[in-house]
Design a protein around this ligand. Structure first.
Ligand SMILES: C[S@@+](CC[C@H](N)C(=O)[O-])C[C@H]1O[C@@H](n2cnc3c(N)ncnc32)[C@H](O)[C@@H]1O
Ligand code: SF4
Length: 379
């Protein structure tokens, strides 16, 4: 069946593949996940490969990035994961998200044999009591061991995820997490403010403490930036840092594609694709996804038409998260000139010109305030 995304668009050079299975569900998680279901992993991979066949038309002959995200991609049955990696197109950067406790020498070999050249490890914290609050399976030693196992298998591009604002966390806990992270010398680190969705069991259980943590978020964020930039990491995106090794650009190329407003194709339950003026979201339900694709049909999904104004506003919003100036060019119409002048006077944004082309960038203060500044700037 012809896809609505095909035809007349520029080619997509980024592919996202969603692997939803996890060994258990962590309390704070709001991603599209399915617990266990080992007998269905093979059928899900068949469905992913069938979806790829149906939707591959907008993909460029050579991809820049492939990203296997989750869920816990490394919880997927090894034979199914092997088959998936075999069936996916090659790319310059192939990333797999991994939970530390799933990283064994055999898994590391499976990944490296199959062209995976970047692993993103969900550490979250190195404090046992905070990992328990998050209902994580991995202990601090699992994170360290996972990094060593990956290094032994030859991986030279490892990212660690941390979250801060965890119920019960203190400033010294955060310092310790950052020190532990630096000791492992990852090429990349992502540090996220913990988001707790209202109405969830987690929010219910930790409500008062989450409110207390919210008051510390700004100082935690500043500390994250101070410590990581102090250790020569580049703060290249609001929540993302990379080592500044000579001759290597260690920014996450896949996510950079999103932040630069590039087109991408997403496969799997809950996956989003944005190509040209269409955004498509696959329904987050496993049964209907498997049923549709086993019958050669598109999975259930929602389509959203994006007008030029929406895409321009998104590009400004995402582009200003980066440390490189945003070329205004055709994005001019998305920017409120009066708000821009005001934000400039407040020292939150700087305007410059490169060869007569106007660029915008948030100052460090603007970057700490983040989305609020950009929201004010947009028409
Ligand atoms: C798609 S998730 C899951 C990856 C992997 N399954 C894991 O748990 O490590 C990728 C990252 O998003 C971050 N994350 C997940 N839930 C979050 C939340 N509620 N608030 C902030 N960050 C979150 C975590 O740092 C996590 O490593
Ligand atoms: S392992 Fe990761 S994706 Fe799975 S439930 Fe936990 S946080 Fe969510």
């Amino acid at each position: 069946m012809a896809s609505e995304l095909h035809g007349g668009c520029e080619e997509a050079r980024h592919l996202y593949v969603h692997l939803p299975f996890c060994a258990h569900r962590c309390g704070y998680c709001d991603f599209v996940t399915a617990v266990g279901r080992k007998p269905q992993h093979g059928a899900y991979v068949d469905a992913l490969l069938a979806e790829l066949e149906l939707e591959r038309a907008p993909l460029a002959p050579r991809l820049e990035t492939v990203f296997l995200g989750g869920g816990t991609p490394t919880f997927t049955e090894p034979a199914a994961l092997q088959r998936l990696l075999d069936g996916l197109p090659d790319a310059d950067e192939v990333t797999v998200e991994a939970n530390p406790e799933t990283v064994t020498p055999a898994l590391a070999r499976l990944l490296s044999r199959n062209r995976v050249n970047r692993v993103s490890l969900g550490a979250q914290s190195f404090q046992p009591r905070l990992l328990s609050v998050l209902e994580r399976r991995a202990r601090p030693d699992d994170v360290r061991r996972a990094v060593y196992v990956l290094r032994d298998a030859g991986f030279d591009n490892i990212s660690l995820d941390l979250v801060y604002g965890i119920p019960g966390q203190t400033a010294p806990d955060l310092e310790a997490d950052l020190a532990e992270t630096l000791a492992l010398e990852p090429e990349h680190a992502s540090c996220y403010e913990l988001e707790a969705k209202p109405g969830t069991r987690f929010t219910h259980a930790h409500g008062v403490e989450l409110e207390r943590q919210a008051e510390s978020m700004e100082s935690y964020f500043e500390r994250v930036v101070d410590v990581l930039t102090g250790a020569a990491y580049r703060w290249y995106e609001t929540a993302n840092f990379c080592r500044a090794d000579e001759g290597r650009d260690l920014r996450a190329r896949h996510n950079l594609g999103y932040w630069l407003g590039r087109d991408y194709l997403g496969l799997g339950i809950g996956a989003v694709s944005t190509i040209g003026s269409v955004r498509r979201r696959n329904a987050p339900r496993l049964g209907p996804y498997l049923a549709a694709l086993s019958g050669g049909q598109e999975p259930p999904r929602e389509l959203e038409r994006l007008d030029g104004g929406t895409r321009r506003r998104e590009r400004v919003m995402l582009g200003l998260r980066l440390d490189e100036p945003l070329l205004l060019g055709d994005l001019e119409a998305a920017v409120d000139r009066e708000a821009l002048a005001r934000l400039e006077r407040l020292g939150l944004i700087v305007r410059s010109g490169v060869n007569g082309h106007e660029t915008l960038a948030l100052t460090d203060r603007g970057r700490f305030l983040g989305g609020g500044v950009t929201a004010e700037l947009l028409t």
